[in-house]
Design a protein around this ligand. Structure first.
Ligand code: ARG
Length: 466
């Protein structure tokens, strides 16, 4: 995560507190307490909520119209300065202090009226929620971008056959599109989680003050509307301590990263020379400084590795929350460190993964070559069932044939009809049709299966979901 560079070391400290202290804070405390390196990025939201707060104070009769518009104009100028690249000073404790200092700089003493009836406790909770709502939308875009690349490849792979695996052992033939889209739907569920995390963030804490609410007749409903929140918090104590929305976004981010990691792992294996199902491109792979022949799928490995980071972020937050007494405690300041890290990481990983997948070339002939007639053992059992055998009996008969194949190093389709007939009297000449991979796939054409009609419908459903 980027931390913000802090300029000139000599400025006088601008604090939102201090009257009851005889001496100033120790440098070692300030160094620990400062969160500006992390939370500076919240400034657009803090400016926006501060303008809404000024308006609320005016409506409550706390500010005159002139004072309110001075503060609003001042906040606009502060926003413009920050947008133009103005950096915090070393004495700034956090983003709220920066904005307060710059506002004093712009409009003088009237700025001191803005912090009436509010606390950084409800302020930071509000700004972090606003950031989270936007982050959920950004992540949704990035996930969707990656999913679209999957759907595009899936169209080309619709009728390509490959082995499916359980326990990493060859199982039953499937359409390659069916395999690829098995990674699409988990992300689709993650997008539903993102919507729900966004909704969790959309509850406005502003007006909760430090913990007990606000003693001025502020209209929280107006604040809610002007800041784009869907609901108001019901309890001020809960409102300043609630970080469930951060946990929900972190859990969702961790699930996305986990799903990306599993996809990356498949692709790394399929891209090995031993499998050769896929060939990686140039723009998203690296070479080796020693071995001239190497092409390394770094993006996939970094995607896989970042899932560990995100799980750490989630764990850090939940471990923090579980130890806290109710309401605001300074431990909560570090919620943003993990939140930003998780979202930033996914915003790096997702476009890179989309690019890496887009430039992959799938190798239908290598996939096809990995199929063997022994993978149709289940179809052979189904064949016997259709002829009247019980599945148990059929399973036993085919199992004996497979054992024979293993002993003689043969594939099922190379056995003579007599060997089949010996294993079960219901086997006839048409048994060899049942050993076709294409037929095996075509037989599984019910909804959600790997048959051609089902896979086609799946691709269309995936495209519609985007
Ligand atoms: N920087 C603080 C945070 O992120 C703001 C809230 C400070 N509240 C306080 N009571 N000191 O949590």
């Amino acid at each position: 995560m980027t931390t913000v560079a802090v300029t000139s070391a000599t400025e006088k400290s601008h604090k939102l507190w201090g009257g009851r202290f005889a001496t100033g804070p120790a440098p070692a405390f300030e160094a620990l307490n400062s969160s500006i390196g992390i939370d500076f990025r919240l400034w657009p939201f803090d400016v926006q909520l501060s303008k809404a707060w000024a308006m609320a104070l005016y409506k409550a009769g706390v500010l005159t119209l002139d004072e309110c518009s001075d503060i609003e104009d001042g906040l606009d100028s502060v926003g413009a300065r920050l947008a133009a690249g103005e950096q915090p000073s070393p004495s700034d404790e956090d983003v709220h202090t920066v904005i307060d200092r710059l506002l004093h700089d712009e409009i003088g003493d009237v700025a001191s009226k803005l912090h009436t009836g509010r606390s950084r406790n409800d302020q930071v909770a509000t700004a972090t929620r606003m950031w989270s709502m936007e982050a959920a939308a950004r992540l949704d875009d990035a996930v969707r971008g990656f999913q679209q690349v999957m759907v595009d490849h899936a169209r080309a792979l619709e009728s390509v056959l490959m082995p499916s695996y359980t326990h990493m052992q060859r199982a039953i033939p499937v359409s390659a599109a069916h395999w690829l889209l098995s990674h699409f739907w988990p992300l689709e569920r993650d997008r539903a989680r993102l919507r729900s995390a966004r909704a969790a963030a959309g509850v406005l804490p502003l007006g909760s003050g430090a913990v007990a609410g606000c003693a001025y007749p502020i209209s929280r409903v107006l604040l809610q509307g002007s800041l784009g929140f869907a609901a108001l918090s019901q309890n001020s104590i809960d409102a300043v301590s609630d970080r469930d929305f951060v946990a929900e976004l972190l859990f969702t981010a961790t699930m996305i990263a986990t799903h990306l990691s599993r996809f990356a792992e498949d692709l790394i294996i399929y891209g090995s020379s031993e499998f050769g199902f896929v060939q990686f491109g140039d723009a998203f792979t690296s070479g080796s400084s020693m071995m001239p022949q190497k092409r390394n799928p770094d993006v996939l490995e970094l995607a896989r590795g970042s899932a560990a980071r995100l799980l750490g972020d989630l764990t850090t937050l939940v471990a923090t929350l579980k130890g806290l007494p109710t309401s605001y405690n300074k431990d909560l300041q570090d919620d943003k460190r993990v939140l930003f890290d998780a979202v930033d990481t996914l915003q790096l990983v997702l476009p890179a993964l989309a690019g890496a997948l887009a430039e992959c070339t799938f190798k239908p002939e290598r996939m096809r070559a990995a199929l063997s007639s022994t993978m149709m053992a289940t179809d052979l059992a189904d064949y016997l069932v259709r002829k009247g055998a019980t599945f148990r009996e059929a399973h036993g008969a085919v199992g004996r044939l497979v054992r024979k194949c293993e002993e003689t190093q043969l594939e099922l389709h190379t056995l003579p009809l007599s060997a089949f007939a010996e294993a079960h009297p219901l086997f006839g000449q048409d048994v060899f049709d049942a050993l076709s991979a294409r037929q095996s796939v075509e037989a599984r054409d019910l909804e959600g299966g790997t048959g051609p009609r089902a896979v086609h419908a799946q691709i269309e459903a995936a495209q519609r979901a985007l």
